[in-house]
Design a protein around this ligand. Structure first.
Ligand code: SF4
Length: 326
């Protein structure tokens, strides 16, 4: 499988006012590197505020990067002129968390789906109209929905409209930023199934952002776990759920809800507090919460390392375990 998106040492920092009013730098995305392979679903998981959405916006060049590169199908997005980037953007689309928030209440569903084609002047008026009907069918909506307005449809239907609009320009790559987290659980499953079907039938590639590992367990090809601006673990899905290596991933999995009222009480997922993102610690960023922390963790920032084929982790435990087992 070839790489469609390559993220290289990407950093996005923000100048902010700290609690005392002094200028400070927020390291929202800090030296992040990974690839998204063609036709895969790469899930990006972490708690709110860990930098997932900023990373997504920086990949799409909707947010200015501080340093690093993003290659899409071999082209460096960070070096493209505005016109070239605009043309390439047709192939990269985004679906947001709040479907109703991403729809203009004064614009009909049909026009909302048609907007990207109008903006990019794709096809004739008739072709755009037929494409709207085709897209409504693709996402499981009736042609009559085209005449409705956002307040006349449910949250699940609104997310289907957002998906239809994202598909309007025949993209290759879709970033889905928490697309099901504001929906009821039963609707979540329907939207996940729809996205999986569309990937298979249209050959799409997804970067799927979630704050809950349980949501992406049966949906993703690989999972990247993010903590405080960094990727701390990345592995093939089955491997990550069967054998999470990073203590943060283990804690996330331990805190995932279980649909069994008789299940034993779970131990606390974390100890300690999240460090101040304006002053990240010099060593491991998870050290203040990690039950396995060692002296080296306070001093040396662990590097994301492939400790087993296709299993990457940024934690001082693993090189030590590997050395002691040889
Ligand atoms: Fe815990 Fe140390 Fe690993 Fe960080 S590097 S997760 S503190 S064991």
């Amino acid at each position: 499988m070839t790489d469609l998106v390559v993220v290289e040492e990407l950093c996005t920092y923000f100048q902010v006012r700290g609690p005392t009013g002094r200028r400070a730098v927020l390291h929202a995305v800090d030296n992040v590197s990974f690839v998204v392979r063609r036709n895969e679903i790469l899930a990006l998981v972490g708690e709110s505020g860990c930098g997932k959405s900023t990373l997504a916006r920086t990949i799409l060049q909707l947010q200015k990067r501080t340093s690093g590169r993003v290659l899409f199908d071999g082209q460096d997005l960070t070096a493209l002129a505005a016109g070239e980037l605009r043309r390439l953007r047709r192939r990269m689309q985004v679906i947001f968390q709040h479907p109703h928030g991403s729809l203009d209440p004064r614009v009909s569903i049909g026009q909302a789906i048609r907007d990207p084609m109008d903006i990019h002047a794709v096809g004739t008026m008739d072709e755009r109209q037929s494409r709207v009907e085709e897209l409504l069918g693709l996402v499981g909506l009736h042609p009559d929905h085209a005449q409705r307005f956002p307040h006349q449809i449910s949250g699940g239907q609104a997310q289907r409209v957002a998906i239809a609009r994202a598909l309007a320009l025949h993209p290759d790559f879709i970033i889905a930023d928490e697309p099901v987290s504001s929906l009821d659980v039963s609707i979540q499953a329907q939207i996940l199934n729809l996205l999986a079907d569309l990937r298979a039938s249209l050959g799409l590639t997804y970067l799927f952002i979630a704050h809950n590992l349980a949501v992406v367990e049966h949906f993703s090809s690989r999972v990247a776990v993010m903590y405080l601006g960094r990727i701390v673990e990345l592995a093939i899905s089955d491997e990550l759920y069967a054998r999470p290596l990073h203590p943060y991933t283990q804690a996330l999995l331990a805190s995932a809800p279980v649909a069994d009222p008789d299940a034993p009480a779970r131990p606390p997922a974390y100890i300690g507090d999240v460090p101040n993102p304006l002053e990240p610690p010099p060593g491991c960023r998870f050290e203040s919460r990690c039950p396995m922390a060692m002296d080296i963790c306070r001093q040396v920032d662990p590097v994301l390392t492939e400790v087993e084929p296709e299993h990457w982790v940024a934690c001082h435990l693993y090189p030590i375990l590997q050395r002691s087992s040889t």
